[in-house]
Design a protein around this ligand. Structure first.
Ligand code: FNR
Length: 180
């Protein structure tokens, strides 16, 4: 099974990227997880969508070929970061490679809210006709990692046991969701 991760933060020390990397390692016996380079995508431009730059075409192919997509994103100003929305806008057009694609959402914040507002927005975005993804339902599956500095150690490893155990359960449900 192969999963593509879209990480909504570009910074080097991103907690969200660290969560994606943690999942890549912890679940390597269940699936291969590749983190897409969404920071390399140009701004979406409708003039280019029928003949997109190579980097966009390759990204769309990567998503089209995946069994599922994992979105790990911070909350920026109560919503998703522009870099993630930009990637989704590319995916929403022409071949619409996210339609019916199984998607799981997770997010890390440094504050208390654990990206809940961004995730609610993201669920709404993913329902739009151009995306229409098969998103893992929220009940019991909301991976909201708050106060990140207490849950990752100095080296950037996720060490919070309750979070890890919960993640294990959600991943099992995501794998079942992909198989349905
Ligand atoms: C934030 N942060 C933030 N946190 C939150 O809970 N709600 C929010 O609306 C915002 N808005 C916001 C905007 C911008 C531009 C930045 C840079 C940050 C804080 C955010 O949770 C924190 O910086 C995380 O560490 C970002 O995730 P990464 O980069 O560590 O993955």
């Amino acid at each position: 099974m192969n999963i593509v991760a879209l990480v909504g933060s570009l910074r080097n020390e991103s907690y969200n990227r660290k969560l994606a990397e943690f999942m890549r390692e912890r679940y390597k016996d269940k699936f291969q997880l590749d983190i897409a380079d969404i920071g390399a995508l140009p701004h979406y431009n409708q003039d280019d969508e029928l003949d997109p730059p190579d980097v966009v075409a390759a990204f769309k192919r990567q998503v089209a070929d995946a069994d599922g997509v994992l979105i790990v994103t911070p909350e920026y100003n109560w919503s998703v970061p522009g870099v993630l929305k930009n990637a989704l806008d590319w995916l929403s057009r022409v071949d619409k490679v996210l339609v019916n694609k199984p998607v799981m959402i997770a997010g890390v914040s440094t504050g208390m809210m654990g990206t809940i507002r961004a995730q609610l927005h993201l669920r709404q975005i993913l329902q739009s006709p151009g995306l229409a993804a098969k998103v893992l339902p929220p009940a019991g599956n909301e991976v909201l990692v708050n106060v990140a500095n207490q849950k990752f150690d100095e080296a950037g490893n996720l060490v919070d046991v309750a979070t890890i155990e919960f993640l294990d359960q959600v991943i099992e449900r995501f794998i079942q969701w992909i198989g349905r």
